[in-house]
Design a protein around this ligand. Structure first.
Ligand SMILES: Cc1cc2nc3c(=O)[nH]c(=O)nc-3n(C[C@H](O)[C@H](O)[C@H](O)COP(=O)(O)OP(=O)(O)OC[C@H]3O[C@@H](n4cnc5c(N)ncnc54)[C@H](O)[C@@H]3O)c2cc1C
Length: 358
């Protein structure tokens, strides 16, 4: 029997498994899915769990039930590539013939003192639950500060406004505007929405230190009750410890077949992989489908014939009723013209359902 071990049952890992299960899996291949949780956490919605507008159970999706898939629940601590073994924080090691690393990412604190200790995170299910509790316990009319004006920071700020109208919500970014990688028109739309909904935006903030109750913008002291960090990500610590060629963001370099060149039995998918796209669930799923194709080709002694990965664009939520997006060259926003609004709503709904694997 040959073991295909998939580390991480998130968007990338499950795409590999589900694609493989659709077609014949060789009789002598057994899939072992490893995760710390007994279900998938729908990470793209974690901002809503943190804000309290979605509940825990809504953000869990069941793992596939199939006799060809064995599950192993535990915290992966290390991978030893030379003897093809996975180690866990507790329990026996696991060996593999083929391995897919799909462990996602964690926060990147850029070495800023106090950032890790005194800010909340929305990068794992568990840390998001803690963030939800901390935000829920803020005194009436208290202050939340979000560090990082990217997509997840913006979505969290908007959702918080919907969840707790009494709170003062502030979002800080080191650039001139929130959503700096987005076109100016989308930035302006979100800025106007924030102004209308009383969300404070602070630009050109260079956080130098975080302490309980204070964020330091160099010499300026910014008062806060709870601070949430959305200012950068890096691959899982397990991948950080792997001695493999990586890009400037610490993601593993791969060949055209998503394999580690020196270890062709090793695939890396999603936020841990060096791709030409920014990390996203969409990219992880598309890449996962291709990894399944490559594995099928290897098992039948064929050469894989992979197409080009094309992503659908980016969509963001502003609470439950508004949103914005960028589809190819076309910018979209809710709430202008009826035709445009309807088409954006449709795209957003189907896109979200896709990510939810329902
Ligand atoms: C708030 C927020 C909103 C987002 N919105 C969008 C969006 O709208 N569209 C989009 O495309 N992307 C979005 N993203 C990004 C997207 O969620 C990630 O890029 C995507 O989840 C990456 O998929 P992955 O398979 O690499 O990792 P994940 O989906 O994070 O899966 C990793 C899995 O590994 C498990 N795991 C991790 N470490 C260990 C360990 N040591 N031992 C055992 N198990 C472990 C985890 O439990 C998890 O199941 C958003 C992210 C955030 C935080």
């Amino acid at each position: 029997m040959r073991n295909l071990v998939v580390l991480g049952g998130g968007y990338g890992g499950l795409a590999v498994i589900e694609e493989l299960l659709k077609n014949d899996l060789p009789d002598d291949v057994r899939i072992i899915l490893v995760d710390r949780m007994p279900y998938q956490g729908l990470k793209t919605e974690y901002y809503a769990l943190a804000a309290g507008t979605s509940s825990d159970i809504e953000l869990r999706a069941p793992f596939p039930e199939d006799s060809r898939v064995t599950k192993r629940y535990g915290e992966v601590s290390d991978i030893v590539l030379d003897n093809r073994t996975i180690h866990f924080q507790s329990g026996d090691p696991l060996s593999y013939d083929y391995l897919v690393i799909a462990l996602g990412c964690t926060d990147q604190y850029h070495g800023i003192p106090g950032a890790q200790e005194f800010t909340c995170s929305i990068q794992s299910f568990s840390s998001t639950r803690t963030t939800y509790r901390n935000i829920g316990d803020i005194r009436p009319f208290g202050q939340v500060t979000i560090i990082g004006g990217g997509l997840s920071g913006v979505e969290l700020a908007a959702e918080l406004r919907e969840s707790r109208g009494d709170l003062n919500v502030r979002i800080c970014d080191r650039g001139a505007s929130i959503l700096s990688p987005f076109p100016a028109k989308a930035q302006r739309y979100v800025r106007e929405w924030f102004q209308k909904n009383d969300i404070e935006m602070k630009s050109r903030v260079s956080v130098s230190r975080v302490e309980p109750g204070t964020v330091y913008n160099q010499e300026e002291h910014i008062y806060t009750d709870v601070t949430v960090w959305t200012a950068g990500i890096q691959p899982s610590p397990v991948v950080q410890r792997l001695n493999l060629p990586k890009d400037g963001s610490g993601r593993v370099m791969l060949n055209d077949y998503h394999q580690v060149p020196l270890h062709p039995e090793l695939f890396v998918v999603g936020d841990c992989a060096s791709l030409r796209f920014s990390p996203s669930a969409q990219a992880a799923m598309a890449q996962g489908n291709q990894i399944a194709e490559v594995l099928r080709a290897i098992w039948s002694n064929e050469t894989p014939n992979l197409g080009t990965i094309k992503l659908k664009g980016v969509l963001g939520s502003l609470g439950k009723k508004s949103g914005f997006g960028l589809m190819g060259d076309r910018r979209c926003r809710h709430g202008t013209q009826a035709v445009e609004k309807r088409s954006v709503m449709e795209i957003q709904t189907s896109f979200r359902i896709n990510l939810k694997r329902k």
